[in-house]
Design a protein around this ligand. Structure first.
Ligand SMILES: [Zn+2]
Length: 151
């Protein structure tokens, strides 16, 4: 971490923002989780779709192989809301580019392992995003008979 970043983080407001960004329970994630839950779907929270892959998804449907990531507009470089920093320009642009590259790699590794990856921007309407998740999950459920079913 460069000294600029340390000094930037030294105000309590900045520290709180950093914590909020690191925490799993940020507002948009929580809103999406609630909306998906309200549609009657059950999922696991903040876990690795593939144990050997060090990537944590926000919502995971383990049996159906569906992983949902809620991406923060700043950290993941949302095309609508990402505003390049005016200070430490190269530090931040490298960081965001790195995050985006990592996201694409995660998508490829998961889909290569038979998973469906759904990415939701933090700015999206949670109810609409939840509908998107529900459609994918129900399609998958339709393809797989329930475990222990009569079939
Ligand atoms: Zn955005």
């Amino acid at each position: 971490m460069s000294s600029e970043v340390v000094s930037w983080a030294s105000s309590s407001g900045a520290r709180a923002r950093m914590r909020a960004n690191r925490n799993r329970d940020t507002g948009p994630e929580l809103a999406v989780r609630r909306a998906v839950h309200a549609l009657g779907l059950r999922y696991r929270v903040s876990c690795r779709p593939l144990p050997q892959l060090r990537r944590t998804a926000d919502l995971v449907f383990p049996r159906l192989n569906v992983a949902v990531f809620v991406d923060g507009c700043f950290w993941h470089g949302c095309p609508e809301h990402y505003v390049p920093s005016k200070t430490n320009v190269s530090y931040w642009s490298d960081k965001i580019r790195g995050n985006r590259g990592r996201d694409r790699q995660t998508d490829q590794l998961l889909s290569g392992a038979g998973w469906i990856v759904i990415r939701i921007w933090a700015h999206e309407n949670p109810a609409e995003a939840a509908e998107r998740v529900a459609r994918v999950v129900r399609d998958r459920q339709a393809l797989r008979p329930p475990r222990g079913g009569k079939a």
